[in-house]
Ligand binder design. Structure first.
Ligand code: QAP
Ligand code: CO
Length: 168
């Protein structure tokens, strides 16, 4: 078990586009385990590899109360099945302390691989749909703050930069 450091906005490494996973060996299993440990320790519900400075297309999610239902998505792709938007107060472990409303399509179908490389499909709505879209954005170098007004984004950036200077 190991905790991984989480990159924080506006770190430019959060803007990298992740490459598909091709090796489904032991290294991948260790990475997934460490990402789950890191997410649970930080009290998050989702974490993308990009956030721990690994630029590969995988993410972990657990939206259960008991924190005993991890979902692992490797090389995920999604299509919208209900265009209607839902608003959700989103946060991000890479943008600590900030929660803002974001609108996203409310139901999606995700195709991904599991840790063994087996392909599966999953339909998601509600919080799970929000979370999957948020985490796939990370793999494409996008953050939820990109959906906010430039003013709000700039305020968040300034506050976090100040925090980082304090703790540097
Ligand atoms: C993405 O984010 C998400 O600022 C996952 O102080 C979040 O787990 C999708 C967190 C909400 C949909 C709705 C953030 C924990 C966790 C913080 C997270 C914080 C402590 C964020
Ligand atoms: Co995030």
């Amino acid at each position: 078990m190991a905790l991984l450091p989480i990159l924080e906005f506006p770190d430019p490494r959060l803007r990298k586009v992740a490459a598909p996973v091709t090796d489904f060996g032991d290294g991948l299993r260790t990475l997934v385990d460490n990402m789950l440990d890191t997410m649970y320790k930080a009290e998050g519900i989702g974490l993308a590899a990009t956030q721990v400075n690994v630029h590969k297309r995988l993410l972990v999610i657990d939206i259960s109360e008991e924190k005993d239902s991890p979902h692992i998505f490797i090389n995920p792709e999604f299509e919208v099945i209900e265009e209607e938007l839902q608003d959700y107060q989103e946060g991000c472990l890479s943008v600590p302390g900030f929660f803002e409303e974001v609108s996203r399509p409310r139901a999606i179908r995700v195709k991904a691989r599991d840790q063994r490389g087996e392909e599966f499909e999953h339909e998601a709505r509600g919080l799970l749909a929000v979370c999957i879209q948020h985490e796939i954005d990370h793999l494409d170098g996008k953050l939820f703050v990109d959906y906010l007004s430039p003013l709000k984004r700039q305020r968040i950036r300034s506050k976090l930069e100040k925090e980082h200077r304090k703790s540097a």
